[in-house]
Design a protein around this ligand. Structure first.
Ligand code: AMP
Length: 398
């Protein structure tokens, strides 16, 4: 994988089109976790300090080509300005003559953020020519493209992929750092190497499990996805989340793990409740016998401790996805214990994905307690699946 490092490009006075990942959780206009904005600061500050004129594109949520006021980047522009300590111009228009005039008027060191790029259907279009035409509008008046929106590099989107074909380009500091960490996880990781997966769906993670099974020493499974594994073992899972169609594939994975000698950890105790609700009464049961009227909402304390002990022994750990419904305090313990154990890993510990990162921050952990907090869940999972990342592949080594 080769791309030009930002430091090696002369950016002084240049008009730089910068793709960032500013996809932060916002509720009622308030940013709940500004981690992705903070992660974008090193590149933005570098460009400011080196006299570039900066136009930032970014997305928020999935507005599907429509102007949805709940998904405006306006609050992000304000927060970015606060963090930079200087005003950030905000353009509700994304392309067109008005934006082109703003681009022309930018002074060195000035920052302009364009509105949610996914308000434009062409951004995510499957039609290459439609995307290319939109990318050409984005590139109008610009001298250089800097790719720093790691959370979107697995997407063939106009502002991520097509613009790189139109402008000289370089990778920003965040993208470079994320790729370096992912390479460490895939090329000769320090052993023992443990991977901890949770979150809602097996279907999101099955590709990663398949690709990593012969590379890891330990695989621990929690979250909603664990019940498909329990069902594959023939356990009673009550009303817990399950992807029935994946049971045969999961059975094969269980056998493969055994054949390869990989330690595959599944919980032995589960915190259940009769309903999926914050105030539902939690009960602890055996993982093999979840009552028919109960839903598994977290791994139990015995399992969390066992997972934690196994993780702490590893020298390389990658974790993606909460162990339970951490948004409800009664079902957050498993995720908390696992996060705690990652902070004790002596080698490299990676928390993968914006949602997992937001979860550990919401539970009171600090970023610097972990080796690395990745901003891109989907992108890092696809990389670990062995897939190529179009937004990285397209960058040329200028
Ligand atoms: P993901 O986006 O796949 O990482 O999934 C994250 C979501 O999985 C969180 O919002 C959790 O509440 C949810 N989750 C974790 N454990 C469970 C479970 N046992 N049942 C249902 N949802 C869960």
């Amino acid at each position: 994988m080769s791309f030009t490092a930002l430091q090696s490009v002369d950016v002084a006075g240049k008009r730089v089109l910068l793709r960032c990942d500013l996809n932060v959780p916002i509720k009622e206009g308030v940013i709940r976790d500004d981690g992705r904005i903070r992660a974008s600061l090193p590149t933005i500050k570098y460009l400011i300090e080196n006299g570039a004129r900066i136009v930032i594109t970014a997305h928020l949520g999935r507005p599907k080509g429509e102007r949805n006021p709940d998904m405006t980047l306006a609050p992000v522009a304000e927060r970015l300005g606060e963090l930079l300590g200087l005003p950030v111009l905000f353009s509700p228009e994304i392309v067109g003559s008005g934006v082109d005039a703003l681009k022309t008027a930018l002074m060195p060191g000035q920052v302009l953020l364009l509105e949610n790029i996914r308000y434009e259907a062409a951004e995510t279009s499957k039609d290459e020519s439609e995307r290319a035409a939109f990318a050409a509008q984005l590139a109008t008046g610009m001298d250089l493209f800097v790719s720093d929106g790691f959370g979107a590099v697995h997407r063939k989107h106009a502002s991520v992929y097509d613009v790189a074909k139109l402008l000289p380009n370089a990778a920003g500091f965040l993208v470079a750092a994320e790729i370096e960490v992912l390479q460490k996880l895939t090329e000769n990781p320090d052993r023992p190497y443990g991977v901890v997966l949770g979150g809602a769906k097996v279907s999101d993670k099955i590709g990663v499990i398949k690709n990593l099974l012969n590379k890891v020493d330990l695989l621990a499974i929690g979250g909603g996805m664990l019940f498909t594994f329990l069902a594959a073992q023939g356990d009673e899972i009550g009303k817990s989340l399950v992807e029935v169609d994946l049971i045969p594939e999961v059975k094969k994975l269980l056998q493969e793990a055994k054949d390869l000698g990989v330690e595959l950890l599944l919980p032995t105790d589960i915190v259940v409740a009769p309903t999926f609700a914050e105030d539902a009464t939690p009960t602890l049961v055996s993982a093999a016998q979840i009552p028919a009227d109960q839903i598994g909402l977290d791994i139990g304390p015995v399992s969390a401790a066992a997972f934690g002990q196994a993780i702490e022994k590893c020298h390389t750990v990658f974790w993606n996805g909460p162990m339970g419904v951490f948004e409800f305090p009664n079902f957050a313990n498993g995720t908390k214990v696992i996060a705690e154990s990652l902070t004790k890993v002596s080698g490299i510990s990676v928390v993968g994905g914006g949602d997992s990162a937001a979860a550990v921050r919401a539970l009171g952990f600090k970023d610097d307690q972990f080796g690395y907090i990745s901003t891109g869940g989907g992108a890092s999972l696809e990389y670990l699946e062995g897939k190529s990342l179009p937004g990285i592949e397209v960058l040329n080594n200028a």
